[in-house]
Design a protein around this ligand. Structure first.
Ligand SMILES: [Zn+2]
Length: 78
């Protein structure tokens, strides 16, 4: 296993990447967005580009990144 700058582990909720605390999740979100933005610039547009918008705490107390808004997330969970 390679050591990455931002550590993550599999969460009990089934999500591949979970972050132990909010600070780590925020850092990971920033990195993910920077990566997407560079990709969008290269393509000249950002249409249809998946982009993580926020992170949320799941029922197991870990943090995950998502591209859904809070409303979409709550709607999906209902
Ligand atoms: Zn989880």
């Amino acid at each position: 296993m390679t050591i990455k700058a931002v550590a993550f582990s599999r969460c009990a909720c089934g999500k591949e990447r979970g972050y132990d605390d909010e600070r780590t999740a925020a850092k990971a979100l920033g990195r993910a967005q920077a990566k997407r933005d560079r990709l969008g610039e290269r393509k000249g547009h950002r249409r249809g580009l998946y982009r993580e918008n926020r992170y949320y705490e799941c029922q197991y107390g870990m943090f995950h990144l998502t591209s859904q808004s809070r409303a979409e997330y709550l709607g999906a969970a209902a």
